[in-house]
Design a protein around this ligand. Sequence first.
Ligand code: MG
Length: 335
Amino acid sequence: MKLRWEPYTLDLKTTFRVAHGASDQRNNVLVYLDEGVGEAPAVPYYGETQEGIIEYLESVPDLGEDPFDIETVLARRPPGSLAARAAIDVALHDLWGKQIGQPLYRLLGLNPANLPLTSFTIGMDRPAVMAEQARECGFPIIKIKLGSEFDEQIVAAIREVTDAKLRVDANAGWTRDQALELIPRLVSYDLEFVEQPLAVDDVEGYFWLKEKLLASGVSSPIFADETAKTSRDVVKLAGAVDGVVVKLMKSGGIREALRMIHTARAFDMQIMLSCMVESSVGVTAAAHMAPLCDYADLDGPLLISNDPYSGLRYDGAKMSLPDGPGLGLVKRSPH
Ligand code: MG
């Protein structure tokens, strides 16, 4: 199987701000394995750069000739860039589906009618600007990026203009004490859950926070994102959080993302499937697993203006999977 790649710059419709930076563009890499395609998102926050991803891909040895021997092929990937490892895994699954002539969801034994609705993400800005975006987007589920000094004002301003379900994501932006002080105030605005309130490596803090919140009668579900990268992290967090956020780029691909989902289920944890700023390639790949998940945050393609492929379709928050073989992607003609 021939591995090749193509650097690709995604243009964002609006500047995207989270607790750890802002961007107008993302320099991802499209990865091909014969006629299979995957995407490696270069997320600076995770230490991934376009150059680093390409350097990794140059170091990958021959992956063999059998796309059906998935575990063996994936084991040939050297350690290193998780984004690139995920892209190879996704391209392999796409190739597998194309050779069998079936969509990936069918090969995974999943019903494409059972997709959760997706949220729409509002990046960090002044409270009034975020409230205006929340009103304008018209989505029934809104994910709010927090981690600024105005967090309560932001949630209050957005709640004032919409009845949508609200989820908040602090992106590891709070200390333990800030989280304990803010969460009870924020849940009074009726939140679905709070994502990644604490620092990435503060697993102990999640147990501490859970106990403190329960003691004060606050029962807002807490989800771990950055702290839950693989199935091993799910085990460490069992009992401390109510749910985990699964992303292909953290897990290194579909194979490990499935293990993460099943591990979380074994501990009665909920699952949100999410994405980075990535095109229809990475997001459609994730969406093929969405029937296994409770929540979806798969708005990547809605945030960019130059998607190289079409795949997952949106009717507002309702998503539908393409039914072509593999990921079901179709290349868009360049403008
Ligand atoms: Mg998150």
